[in-house]
Design a protein. Structure first.
Length: 82
């Protein structure tokens, strides 16, 4: 079930909607603030969070080195490995 962000073109409010795809029902989208139906979808930035135990790093580590193409960066992101 995807969550979509919309911007109201009337009042400029940005809000999220959880849309459930049900072919038997149509859904009217409207701004929760001004009830306008003049909306546009907003491209959302991806976000993630990684947790760790006490004393552990909770984020990724980057390492930059020189390689044939200039500079290369490797990201070490914690989590299960294959």
């Amino acid at each position: 079930m995807p969550i979509y962000e919309f911007k109201c073109l009337k009042c400029n409010d940005i809000f999220e909607l959880l849309l459930i795809n049900n072919k038997d029902q149509s859904m009217e989208l409207q701004c929760p603030k001004c009830h306008s139906e003049d909306l546009e979808r907003v491209l959302s930035a991806a976000s993630y969070a990684m947790g760790g135990g006490t004393g552990q790093r909770s984020g990724g580590v980057s390492k930059t080195r020189t390689c044939s193409g200039g500079s290369c960066t490797t990201y070490d992101i914690p989590g299960p490995s294959k």
